[in-house]
Design a protein around this ligand. Sequence first.
Ligand code: NAG
Ligand code: NAG
Ligand code: NAG
Ligand code: NAG
Length: 190
Amino acid sequence: MDAKTLMLLALFHLILLLSPSIINASSTRKIRARKPCKSLVFYFHDIIYNGKNSHNATAVIVGAPAWGNKTILASQNHFGDLVVFDDPITLDNYLHSTPVGRAQGFYIYDKKDIFTAWLGFSFVFNSTEHKGSLNFAGADPLMNKTREISVIGGTGDFFMARGIATLMTDSFEGEVYFRLRTDIKLYECW
Ligand SMILES: *[C@@H]1O[C@H](CO)[C@@H](O)[C@H](O)[C@H]1NC(C)=O
Ligand SMILES: *[C@@H]1O[C@H](CO)[C@@H](O)[C@H](O)[C@H]1NC(C)=O
Ligand SMILES: *[C@@H]1O[C@H](CO)[C@@H](O)[C@H](O)[C@H]1NC(C)=O
Ligand SMILES: *[C@@H]1O[C@H](CO)[C@@H](O)[C@H](O)[C@H]1NC(C)=O
């Protein structure tokens, strides 16, 4: 190897060594500088069908593991249960407030040894304040006081929206009713 090749090699290695720190520094800076362009808080109310409440249930078990059934959430932390819901969304934590939209989608319980779920749903708004939808997806380790899921898009008033929603279980009654507080922070607004 001549001197020129050696120097080029050294330079190449120096760039390789430095590049991760350059990339990291710029990406953390970018995240820190960002502030939400829109913040919204909603509550949604989930009443799971339990064989007796068909008149007010807004969620149903549509899939269960072989050892369970579609009336009662299965043992082993409900692992394998798939629930479809069409829940009212309200601005405060009162179930009987006038809904501003519906939370529509599903959750699956996806771990045997701890309560945890995966959520995929939309907020469908049809009120004077908001028209359109926001789409959510992500893991919900529901034993944690707060957990974050992605806001992956939107339509109408929320055209191209993206952000993060912080979920908090605001209340639950046995395995039939729960209420989730949803703190939405959009980082992309049009
Ligand atoms: C739904 O109706 C049942 C009676 O069938 C009642 O006991 C229950 O409180 C109602 N649930 C909610 C959340 O209002
Ligand atoms: C469903 O399973 C539960 C126990 O997990 C049981 O108590 C209940 O009777 C079952 N219901 C039906 C309709 O099979
Ligand atoms: C939205 O609300 C209006 C007025 O109540 C109603 O006419 C319309 O059908 C609703 N649209 C949807 C998609 O629910
Ligand atoms: C949820 O809680 C568990 C145990 O307290 C913790 O180890 C985990 O990091 C938390 N997960 C999130 C996403 O906050």
